[in-house]
Design a protein around this ligand. Structure first.
Ligand code: SAH
Length: 212
């Protein structure tokens, strides 16, 4: 799958669309302008890779809508060189956008097929990302604490164990709720103080404990 004039052009249009929808962080927009989303969707959905829509991927999961990826990335207030944990690798697209923003990405996925799929895409695009097959509720203690933690599946409550893997002054972004969720941003002010703010409604596949 080559990155042709057509895919480049479609990506440019998608970035313009995201600007119109209110995304202002230029680091986010620049990364989305570069990462070839068509590599992260199933081949049969290639034609839809640059529409602002969530699309089905294997294991009954979804690649997040580009607007959602942009919004979550913006809420994280990313700076180059940070260490970011993502829970819910899925297609790998969100991880690739974060990597393109100059951070070190550690991503966890509970579906083996998606873990393998994303690993292949990262390799084929020479994107260096640390991926793990496992339960995101556990985080990734070997590399903790993180500057930022992003959860890309819906948690019924804020996962406390993940807060413990967040640095002081770190930010965690998570959709919280059941059917529909509220995008929630938490800043760790000190060891025991957290500031929570809410950022609109959203819809994600559920975060499920890995019982394997
Ligand atoms: N960030 C992804 C979105 C994938 S959808 C992308 O850009 O494509 C959310 C993903 O979270 C699914 O792949 C699902 O399998 C995964 N997930 C759900 N519960 C999880 C858990 N406890 N640990 C890790 N991944 C989980």
């Amino acid at each position: 799958m080559r990155d042709t004039y057509r895919t480049k052009g479609l990506r440019k249009l998608m970035v313009e669309d995201l600007k119109h929808k209110g995304i202002t962080d230029t680091n986010v927009l620049n990364a989305i302008a570069i990462v070839p989303r068509h590599h992260f969707v199933p081949a049969s959905l290639f034609e839809h890779a640059y529409s602002d829509a969530a699309l089905p991927i294997p294991c009954k999961q979804t690649i997040s809508q580009p607007y959602t990826v942009a919004r979550q990335s913006e809420l994280l207030e990313i700076q180059r060189g940070m260490r970011v944990l993502e829970v819910g690798t899925g297609s790998g697209y969100q991880s690739a956008v974060l990597r393109q923003m100059g951070v070190f990405v550690y991503t966890v996925e509970r579906q083996r097929e998606l873990y393998e799929f994303s690993k292949k895409v990262f390799q084929s695009l020479s994107i260096s990302i640390a991926g793990k097959y496992g339960d995101g509720y556990k985080g990734w203690s070997e590399f903790a604490p993180f500057d930022r933690i992003l959860i890309t599946c819906a948690a019924t409550e804020i996962p406390q164990n993940l807060l413990s893997q967040l640095k002081t002054n770190g930010i965690l972004v998570v959709p919280v709720g059941e059917e529909a969720q509220t995008m929630t941003k938490i800043i760790r002010l000190s060891e025991n103080d957290f500031e929570t703010s809410l950022h609109g409604s959203c819809r994600f596949v559920p975060m499920v404990e890995n019982t394997e």
